[in-house]
Design a protein around this ligand. Structure first.
Ligand SMILES: Cc1cc2nc3c(=O)[nH]c(=O)nc-3n(C[C@H](O)[C@H](O)[C@H](O)COP(=O)(O)OP(=O)(O)OC[C@H]3O[C@@H](n4cnc5c(N)ncnc54)[C@H](O)[C@@H]3O)c2cc1C
Length: 458
């Protein structure tokens, strides 16, 4: 038996039952499909493999415990949007593909909600949409133009709705609020409940999840762990921000941190002031993204900032005293001064995986039986479900609408060696911060710093 590792998040502290000790089972000699990583991508992949092919022997190999990574730490925005869609929509010869991915992502939100309901996974799924608040007057102009532009791009009027300042404040009463762009295609979830709920369903269906079993390397038909080797017809590497931990996989995904804090459960009077009555998730238009949700137990969970450590260093659990977390807490207070006496009970961070071109990918080679998926950056709660369904179709040789999406084989070149990688990651953060700060001070768009930021983020 091994005690589970706590990832430091609010979500691991507010599970239905405390994390149980894990029995370490002997490894199998051979499986049909070996999945590396028990985050959403790995869990959803196993789930859909069994939906289509119940006889398959599927096993998951996880370095820590289920949901230890980003899937058990995130902001719980289950979004009908993903990285790279905006890039595709902006190019006339790829705009139709961008719309197809956006539509597939919108349907994914409902897919996750309906699987959760069908399988009895109480992950606090509430589809209240998401609201992007204009915290500077020029954001309001941009957002109105964007709502109109979305119609030209092929979206429906209900997909992106401009709310004037009064309507926006009625939804979320931020200190600066000049209006908002609202989309119904987002659900609020409790991230760890989804991950652990999926694992429970998989175990009931006979999938073995070998926790505390890091894969150190793999090659065609064989993976290697400190506990022994396993033969597999197909091996799917689904390790996102942790991919560097596997021999031969370095520099494919940049491990970038996102940081979160959560308040104590807040009284009804505070929520009367803040709003979020429909459990909308919320953010604003700054470049160094912020994201928040009202949890089922009436806390405010809020995240932002991004960090990269030299040499792609991965810190298993972020120290609550990390200065980036205090910065996130102060940002939250700036948006909602009503929280000045509220206690921040949780501070944590986690790793996202970023491809060199900032778009997700799914790939599978039928000859070698090797596949992988990821690169969602901070937008993988929904995207991991779509990526897993695509991967499963590729593995099973099914040609479907989703295997025609541009994520397939969109594998970027590797990131640069150090110190270039560290300098690049630092520059992104610096340009983003600089542009945001200037814009808040001057009330005008910062073309110079914003332009430099856009150059780096693709
Ligand atoms: C703080 C934070 C907030 C976020 N907020 C949001 C949000 O609100 N909405 C959204 O859409 N996205 C969000 N994201 C991103 C989202 O959580 C991820 O994109 C998604 O969870 C990725 O799932 P995954 O299964 O691919 O990776 P992970 O959940 O990271 O899983 C990878 C797993 O692989 C395991 N592993 C690593 N190395 C090995 C190895 N060598 N052998 C075996 N196992 C290994 C890890 O322990 C881990 O469990 C956020 C991310 C963070 C960190």
């Amino acid at each position: 038996m091994t005690s589970p590792l706590h990832n430091g998040s609010l979500w691991f502290d507010t599970l239905e039952a405390p994390l149980a000790s894990v029995a370490i089972e002997p490894l199998p000699d051979k499986v049909d499909v070996a999945i590396i990583g028990a985050g959403y991508t790995g869990l959803w992949t196993a789930y859909y493999l069994l939906q289509h092919s119940p006889g398959l022997k599927v096993a998951i190999f996880e370095a820590n415990t289920v949901g230890f990574g980003a899937s058990g730490r995130n902001g719980g925005w289950c979004m009908g949007w993903a990285m790279g869609i905006e890039q595709l929509l902006a190019q006339s010869d790829h705009a139709a593909e961008g719309l197809a991915v956006a539509r597939a992502m919108q349907r994914t939100v409902d897919e996750i909600g309906s699987v959760a309901e069908h399988e009895g996974i109480d992950c606090h799924f509430v589809k209240g949409g998401t609201i992007k608040v204009a915290t500077r007057p020029f954001d309001a102009l941009d957002m109105q133009a964007q709502a109109a532009h979305r119609r030209e791009q092929g979206f429906d009027a209900a997909d992106f709705v401009w709310l004037d300042a009064a309507a926006s404040k009625a939804r979320v009463n931020m200190s600066a609020n000049y209006g908002a762009l609202y989309t119904p295609h987002c659900a609020r979830i409790h991230p760890a409940r989804l991950a652990l709920g999926l694992a429970r369903v998989l175990r009931e269906q006979g999938v073995k999840i070998y926790e505390h079993t890091p894969v150190s390397s793999f090659s065609t038909h064989e993976l290697v762990t400190p506990r022994g080797s396993v033969l597999a017809q197909k091996i799917l590497r689904l390790t996102e921000g942790y991919t560097d931990s596997i021999k031969g996989q370095q520099r494919q995904l940049l491990p970038l941190y996102s940081m979160m804090v959560a308040t104590q459960p807040l009284p009804a009077s505070t929520w009367d002031s803040i709003g979020l009555k429909q459990h909308e998730t919320f953010g604003d238009a700054r470049r160094v993204t912020i994201y928040g949700q009202r949890t089922a137990d009436d806390r405010l969970a809020f995240g932002g900032r991004a960090g990269y450590y030299f040499g792609s260093r991965r810190i298993p659990v972020i120290d609550p005293a990390d200065p980036m977390l205090e910065h996130v807490a102060q940002t939250l207070l700036g948006l909602f001064p009503v929280l000045q006496h509220a206690q921040i009970t949780h501070r944590w961070g986690g790793l996202m995986g970023v491809q060199r071109h900032w778009r997700p990918f799914v790939t599978f080679n039928a000859e070698s039986g090797l596949g992988s998926a990821g690169g969602y950056t901070g937008e993988g709660v929904g995207a991991s479900n779509l990526a897993a369904r695509i991967l499963v179709d590729l593995v099973l040789g099914r040609e479907t609408d989703i295997t025609r999406l541009p994520w397939v084989d969109d594998v970027a070149r590797r990131w640069e060696p150090e110190p270039l990688r560290w300098l690049g990651a630092g520059a992104i953060q610096w340009f983003g911060d600089r542009a945001d700060r200037r814009e808040f001070v001057t009330g005008k768009p910062s073309r110079l710093w914003g332009g430099l930021f856009d150059q780096f983020v693709g």
